[in-house]
Design a protein around this ligand. Structure first.
Ligand code: ADP
Ligand code: MG
Length: 740
């Protein structure tokens, strides 16, 4: 095995029961870093791992496919499969799997050993090009949104050579994992990756037209989106977690009274990291480094027990796969530390929820960021063209972008005064806003420069200041050289929002490129062409910059103003999802070869289905907890109080306070009981409703309110029942007691 001493310790110590808390950092950090110099990415079949094992010619061919998206030469598949197998076996693998991302939102894998019959009898370890390129998992138990009937089971996985194969370690077992697309026998996509790859192609086609138009395409073969996702998460103690059915089944607390302390003091954000958590983070990073995932930033987030991890950005397809792996590593490593990582968007009511800031930009294959403003007017025009494409795309398709992040969990976050609101607007900031204004007024477009800040004492070196401030309330913010889509949910796959983002921007780039082509002719000199481009861009900004908003997105005035500007405010999943069922959406996805109308509708069906299922699970968990945990606790406390009241009366005193408490408890318990009955009725009703949109709406308007009333009764009981009788760890226990 080519692992480090330290990781060896960790993997050998892996204890499936998840209680091993002794994984101390025994190796000094500098040694770890030195070791990682060599070991970084050692569990990934790429770079030198690959180059050493295959012929120069095949390596070059595969590189072409990886870098430029060219068609893979079938002839080399056998050689690559053989090399992958040798490498995997050297690293302790006995099995391989096609790793894919069905519409469940999770990843899936079916393992096969390398074992096969040899031609002369006996058995041998074998992995053919065919097995690398194509797998055949049974597709019948994955959501297909009605694309397939349940008896139609055939599905295929197809190798995606642009995302490197890797070795996963689980329970001490090593498995070769090959990233793949997942499609049905009819060729329709059943996964997150296939449409994403198609959207990346569409983006490349039209972004290249723009780059060529500006003559900045020398040596450029491709333009692709880049992606860096900041992942927020909570950590709770595993023992406390296992005492809460709601955390175990739903990933969030569905009941729970407020803790007196939340994040009012802002003392957790960027605070010193608790040592137990830091040990966890170190192990997470180590696993990620081995997988070639460039984890970069770690810190405490706003809420107590909330943290963040951000990687260096990568090409979108690889970044999406890495994001799925990162979530899985976070969850697994947490258990090894006796912790549970909650990736849910809103584990605790009343405190900050978790998102996944989706940092998006466009880059040429030579590494030039097209969203990086330049000094000269000509270069800035190219930058402004991309900005105009983004502004136009978001203005025209804000509804779809909103729908791309809609689910039951994210509904709990969007619109609350802590997360970006459901109105999708763009924050431009001082520098970009100035450029947009200059463009519209026809004056020279210069990049606003930053300045220097002097802090007083000479001993403190002066620091460079950016040309504009930041805005944390915006759902889609320009942050200097990229856009940050901040409304994405923390447990969501980022593939789908990026598929939508890439597609709507490809359409705008196409629109602009076509208008440019029509406006110029071959005898125009450069400045005449630039003038034409400026005119078109100014027109586009004029038409679409209502979507730009630089103020406070949380304010009530913005809601009014957005309405006045005619911008959609789709507050819930029920309001948002219909955006995908429009003719506009179908035409768009079809025109750019991303999804057929059938594939799109299937996805929407799955999203509706998921919404209803998630809430049904939550409702049933709630009823179960109330019946088996909360009402019994309330009954016990009721008897205690009744007894105390009785003894006081016997002793000749009037226990007014206790009597009032007793009546309150009885009243709240009655409400709780009534709430559960209402939930049961709403569940029954929702089940009978035909039609996805109708059912989603009914779940939102009938089931959710019943759950909210029940929760409120439950939380007020929690606030008065004796601590020793309360059967669940409280918010204070979960967020404050165990992470130090
Ligand atoms: P913030 O201050 O917004 O919290 P972080 O440093 O936590 O910033 O995260 C910024 C994220 O943006 C990182 O994941 C980083 O890789 C990503 N990023 C930076 N530049 C680009 C780019 N050109 N394209 C895509 N993502 C980028
Ligand atoms: Mg951050």
């Amino acid at each position: 095995m080519t692992t480090t001493t330290r990781s060896q310790v960790i993997f050998d110590n892996y204890n499936p029961a998840g209680r091993n808390r002794l994984m101390a950092h025994q190796v000094p950090v500098r040694d770890v870093l030195r070791e990682f110099g060599e070991d970084y990415g050692s569990r990934v079949f790429s770079g030198s791992n690959m180059e050493r094992r295959i012929s120069g010619q095949s390596f070059d061919k595969l590189e072409q496919t990886i870098r430029y998206g060219t068609k893979l030469d079938d002839e080399i598949a056998d050689e690559i499969a053989e090399a992958m197998k040798e490498w995997a076996i050297e690293n302790g693998c006995t099995h391989y799997c096609h790793w894919f991302q069905p519409l469940t939102g999770a990843t899936a894998e079916k393992h096969d050993s390398f074992l096969n019959f040899g031609s002369g009898g006996g058995v041998l370890a074998e992995f053919s090009g065919e097995s690398l390129i194509r797998g055949e998992p049974d597709a019948s138990s994955f959501p297909s949104g009605g694309i397939r009937d349940t008896f139609e089971a055939r599905g295929y996985t197809a190798w995606d050579p642009t995302s490197p194969a890797f070795i996963s370690f689980n329970g001490g077992e090593a498995t070769l994992c090959i990233p793949t697309c997942f499609v049905s026998w009819t060729g329709e996509s059943l996964d997150q990756k296939t449409p994403l790859l198609r959207s990346i192609e569409a983006l490349n086609t039209h972004a290249m037209r723009i780059v060529r138009m500006y003559g900045s395409d020398e040596g450029v073969h491709r333009v692709a989106s880049t992606l860096g996702c900041e992942q927020e998460y909570f950590l709770v103690d595993e023992e406390l977690w296992s005492m809460r059915p709601d955390l175990m089944l739903c990933g969030r607390t569905i009941i729970g009274a407020d803790s007196p302390k939340g994040h009012q003091l802002d003392d957790h954000y960027f605070g010193s990291i608790p040592s137990r958590v830091q040990a966890f983070m170190g192990d997470v990073e180590e696993r990620l480094y081995l997988l070639g995932i460039p984890a970069k930033t770690r810190h405490n987030e706003v809420a107590p027990a909330q943290f963040e991890l951000a990687p260096l950005f990568e090409s979108t397809n690889v970044a999406c796969d890495h994001q799925m792996l990162t979530m899985s590593v976070l969850k697994k490593v947490a258990r090894e530390h006796g912790l549970v990582c909650l990736l849910h968007e809103k584990p605790f009511a009343g405190v900050n929820g978790s998102g996944k800031h989706n940092n998006w930009s466009l880059s040429t294959d030579k590494g030039r960021n097209l969203l990086s403003p330049k000094k000269t007017m000509h270069e800035n025009l190219e930058f402004l063209t991309i900005v105009a494409a983004v502004v136009r795309a978001i203005d025209l398709h804000a509804d779809m972008l909103r729908a791309s992040i809609a689910n039951a969990a994210n509904d709990l976050r969007l619109g609350a005064n802590e997360a970006p609101p459901a109105i999708i607007s763009i924050f431009a900031g001082h520098m970009l806003q100035t450029m947009i204004d200059e463009l519209k007024s026809g004056s020279a477009i210069d990049r606003a420069e930053g300045s220097t800040l002097h802090l007083g004492p000479d001993s403190v070196p002066p620091i460079e200041r950016h040309s504009g401030d930041r805005n944390r309330t915006s759902p889609f913010a320009f942050t200097g050289n990229k856009f940050e889509f901040r409304a994405v949910g923390s447990q969501a796959s980022v593939a789908w929002p990026n598929t939508v983002l890439n597609t709507i921007i490809a359409e705008s780039l196409d629109h602009i490129a076509t208008r440019f082509e029509e406006a110029i002719d071959s005898d125009m000199d450069r400045s005449a062409r630039d003038e034409e481009f400026c005119r078109i861009l100014a027109e586009l900004m004029e038409a679409h910059d209502r979507v730009v908003f630089n103020g406070d997105n949380y304010s009530a005035e913005w809601k009014k103003e957005a309405k006045r500007r005619g911008m959609p405010n789709l507050v819930s999943t029920a309001d948002a999802l219909p955006a995908f069922s429009t003719n506009k959406a179908q035409v768009l996805f079809e025109a750019y070869g991303v999804m057929s109308a059938g594939e799109l509708q299937a996805r929407v069906d799955v999203l509706h289905e998921n919404y209803a299922s998630v809430l049904a699970i939550e409702a049933r968990t709630m009823v179960n907890m109330v019946n088996t945990l909360i009402i019994p606790a309330a009954a016990r406390y009721q008897s205690e109080l009744a007894e105390a009241v009785g003894s006081a009366m016997k002793a000749g005193v009037e226990p007014e306070a206790l009597q009032a408490r007793l009546s309150e408890l009885v009243e709240r318990t009655n409400e709780l009981y009534a709430g559960c009955t209402a939930i049961g009725e709403a569940l029954d009703k929702c089940q009978t409703i035909k039609g996805d949109e109708k059912r989603t709406k009914a779940v939102r308007t009938k089931l959710l309110p019943a759950m909210e009333t029940t929760r409120s009764a439950c939380d007020s009981i929690e606030a008065i029942v004796s601590n020793d009788l309360w059967p669940l760890p409280s918010y204070t226990d979960l967020m404050f007691s165990s992470l130090v």
